[in-house]
Ligand binder design. Structure first.
Ligand code: ZN
Length: 178
């Protein structure tokens, strides 16, 4: 059996995956799965942001940011998860869906949440720079739009997700976004 050589060119992700009980399917449960996606992103040297979509207590999609590897500026976790969930549902309206994402959605992703008619968005870390569900601005409050999402902004694994993002940006010696 061939064991691949470990990649020693960069330090490994210092964070461990969470193993929440399958019996309690609350916000922390689904955000834990999004957190695990963020770890997968880090392990691929992507900015660690993960998203999970829940419908009726089941996971319909799980994705992480792949902007660098896909060389695609639209390859945000939320967009990939929305596309996955729509494919699985066979419908573009994600009725009854809750999107869990480790950071507040950007303008593109906040727009996609409205366009896909998701029921609810739960994000971990508010983003005062680019967040468009209350951080920098709030697309959910467009006065002439009929569809609004229910919002849980911050508070669910917020510290854990922020710590991971800040550690990643420290490693890259970049200004943290949040
Ligand atoms: Zn985005």
């Amino acid at each position: 059996m061939n064991i691949p050589e470990p990649d020693t060119t960069r330090p490994p992700c210092p964070f461990e995956k969470r193993f929440p009980s399958q019996l309690v399917r609350d916000d922390v449960f689904f955000m834990s799965l999004a957190y695990n996606q963020a770890i997968d992103a880090w392990r691929r040297d992507e900015v660690p942001i993960g998203a999970v979509i829940e419908i009726g207590g089941e996971v319909f999609a799980a994705a992480h940011n792949t902007v660098e590897s896909a060389k695609d500026p639209t390859a945000h976790a939320e967009i990939l998860a929305i596309t996955q969930a729509a494919g699985k549902l066979g419908a573009w309206r994600l009725e009854g869906a809750t999107v869990y994402v480790t950071k507040e959605p950007c303008p593109m992703c906040s727009g996609a949440m409205l366009m896909s008619r998701v029921k609810r968005v739960c994000f971990a870390v508010p983003d005062p720079k680019m967040g468009c569900l209350g951080g920098a601005t709030n697309l959910n409050e467009l006065p002439r739009v009929n569809h609004h999402v229910e919002l849980t902004g911050g508070g669910v694994l917020e510290n854990e997700c922020r710590e991971m993002l800040q550690a990643f940006f420290r490693l890259k010696r970049k200004e943290p976004d949040i």
